[in-house]
Design a protein around this ligand. Structure first.
Ligand code: PGA
Length: 219
């Protein structure tokens, strides 16, 4: 099984996302390889829209981009894991943008993993390197070197695999790489035995580009 994770970040309005879905589903998604699981991670307000649009595709899953570190309760503005059940299957935790711009600590990431697992959802932990520890309960890790994110400077598959050996990954870990993956370099990662998938930022935003990338991944 291969995983292709599309992280839309905070780029889209409601109308943009409706249009994205219309454009993406104008392609024949049944031609895609069902062994590639596509995990679409829109912003919270659009989870329901995505969940409804793609519920009939067994190889398309929905992920949230973040989750509250707390259980439900008096946490204004937070989105607790339990409120995601039924809307998402996966939850991204610890993106470098959150660790850096929102001062997310290792402890907060651990709490988010715990909340996610307790709600029956699957955490995908994003790490920048060996300094970001992997909490108990994580079996899916995306290695995203910060200087590769959004820069066009993707790390070579060989270097990714070498760095991932230093991460102290759990046995049975699903290993994902993220950072400037695109249509031209995606097969470098997917053809490497030690890697199970890729995480896309920019390459998610154009629905036709994403479809083409998926076709390459299906070949
Ligand atoms: P990028 O983003 O593909 O645009 O480099 C990846 C990420 O931030 O997860």
């Amino acid at each position: 099984m291969t995983y292709i994770i599309a992280n839309f970040k905070a780029n889209n309005s409601h109308a943009d996302m409706q249009e994205w879905i219309a454009q993406f589903t104008s392609h024949d998604l049944l031609t895609l390889n069902p062994n590639n699981t596509l995990i679409l991670c829109p912003p919270f307000p659009f989870l329901h829209m995505f969940q409804s649009a793609f519920s009939s595709y067994t190889y398309i899953a929905i992920g949230a981009q973040d989750v509250s570190a707390f259980p439900e309760g008096a946490h204004t503005g937070d989105v607790p894991a339990r409120s995601l059940s039924g809307l998402a299957t996966y939850v991204l935790i610890g993106h470098s943008e959150r660790r850096t711009l929102h001062n997310e600590t290792v402890e907060m990431c651990e709490q988010k993993v715990t909340q996610t697992c307790e709600a029956g959802l699957t955490p995908i932990l994003l790490v920048r390197g060996a300094t970001d520890p992997i909490p108990h309960g994580v079996h899916m890790v995306a290695f995203e070197p910060t200087d590769a994110i959004g820069t066009g400077n993707n790390m070579s598959a060989q270097d990714v695999v070498a760095h991932m050996k230093e991460l102290n990954l759990p046995t049975d870990c699903i290993c994902i790489y993220g950072g400037s993956v695109n249509e031209d370099n995606v097969t470098d990662y997917l053809s490497h035995d030690a890697l199970d998938g890729v995480l896309l930022g920019k390459a998610s935003l154009d629905p036709h580009g994403l479809y083409n990338l998926l076709l390459k991944a299906s070949a």
